[in-house]
Design a binder for this molecule. Sequence first.
Ligand SMILES: NC(=O)C1=CN([C@@H]2O[C@H](COP(=O)(O)OP(=O)(O)OC[C@H]3O[C@@H](n4cnc5c(N)ncnc54)[C@H](O)[C@@H]3O)[C@@H](O)[C@H]2O)C=CC1
Ligand SMILES: CCCCCC(=O)/C=C/C=C\C/C=C\C/C=C\CCCC(=O)O
Length: 254
Amino acid sequence: MKIEGKTAIVTGGAQGIGEQFCRALVDHGANVIIADLKKQRGEDLCRELNKQYRSNRAKFIQCDVTSKADLQNTIHFAIKTFGRLDILCNNAGVTEIGNWEKAIEINFTSVIRGTKLAIEVMSTRNGGHGGVIINTASMGAIFPIMGGPVYSGTKFGVLGFSRSLSNLNASDGIRVNVICPAFVRTEMFEASIPNYIDSYGNDFQKKMKKHIVSPVLVARGMIQLVEDDTKNDAVMRVTGVRGIDYYKFQESKL
Ligand SMILES: NC(=O)C1=CN([C@@H]2O[C@H](COP(=O)(O)OP(=O)(O)OC[C@H]3O[C@@H](n4cnc5c(N)ncnc54)[C@H](O)[C@@H]3O)[C@@H](O)[C@H]2O)C=CC1
Ligand SMILES: CCCCCC(=O)/C=C/C=C\C/C=C\C/C=C\CCCC(=O)O
C-alpha cells in the first residue's frame, strides 16, 4: 500500500513504540490519529508533528481501548476527519504487574474489538477501500516470558487471533499482520526490569543487552508490513540478534 494520503489509527500512540509508529506514518505522508489514554503526551506529540511537517495530518483523540464506545468513536473520528480508514495499529499494551485481568482486557480483548470494528468500515464488501491491520504482539508470543505468564498468554492470543484472519485478504481486501519485538527500551520495559530480575536472575540486564531493539526499528518494520502488499498473515520479528525478519510457522494441513 502506498502510505501517502492514507489514514491510520495508532492505539497507544502517545509514547514508546506507538509514538514511533505515528512519527513514521506521518513521515510517509499519512494522516494519523493518535489514540491514547494520555492526553497531554498525545496532544504534545500531535502539535509537534503538525509543526514539523507544516500540516494538520496528525490528530489526537483520548481513547481507552477497553471501552467499546471509545474505539467506535475513534474510528468515526478518523472517517469524519479524513474521509477514510486504511491502517489500524492495535498497539496499546500493558504488563500484568498489579492487575492481570486488566492486561487481558487491554492486550487481547481490545485488539479483538478494535480489529472487528475496523473490519466493518474497511471491508470492500461494505463499500470500504480495504486496508491493513497491524497487531503488536511480542517475542513473548513465540517464547514464554518467565515472570509475565499472563502477558505472554495475551500475546500468544494476539498472534493466534490475527493469523486466523488470513482469509480476510481475499474476501474483504484487508491484510492482517503481527509484529513481534524483543525488548524495546520504553517506559513499559523499564518498569518491567525488577520483575525480569526476579525471574531470570541478577545478571538479567547483562544477558538481555543483545536482545534490545530501538522503537524506531520496530516502526521501520511496521512501515514495511504496510507498504508490502504481499504481506498477509505475516509474523514479523524485530530482534536484537536478527533485526527485522519473518517467523515461519508450520503450514496448516487443512
Ligand atoms: N517495550 C517492550 O519491550 C515491548 C513491548 N511490546 C508491546 O508493544 C506495545 C507498546 O508498548 P510500549 O511502547 O513498550 O509501552 P509504553 O508503556 O511505553 O506505551 C504504551 C502506550 O499505551 C497506552 N495505553 C495503555 N493502556 C491503554 C488503554 N487502555 N487505552 C489506550 N491507550 C493505552 C499508554 O498510555 C502508552 O502511551 C505493547 O502492546 C507492548 O506489549 C512488545 C514487545 C516488547
Ligand atoms: C512482562 C513484561 C513484558 C515486556 C515487554 C515484552 O513484550 C518483551 C518481550 C521480549 C522477549 C520475550 C521473550 C523471550 C525472551 C528471550 C529472548 C528474546 C529474543 C530471542 C531471540 O531469538 O531474538
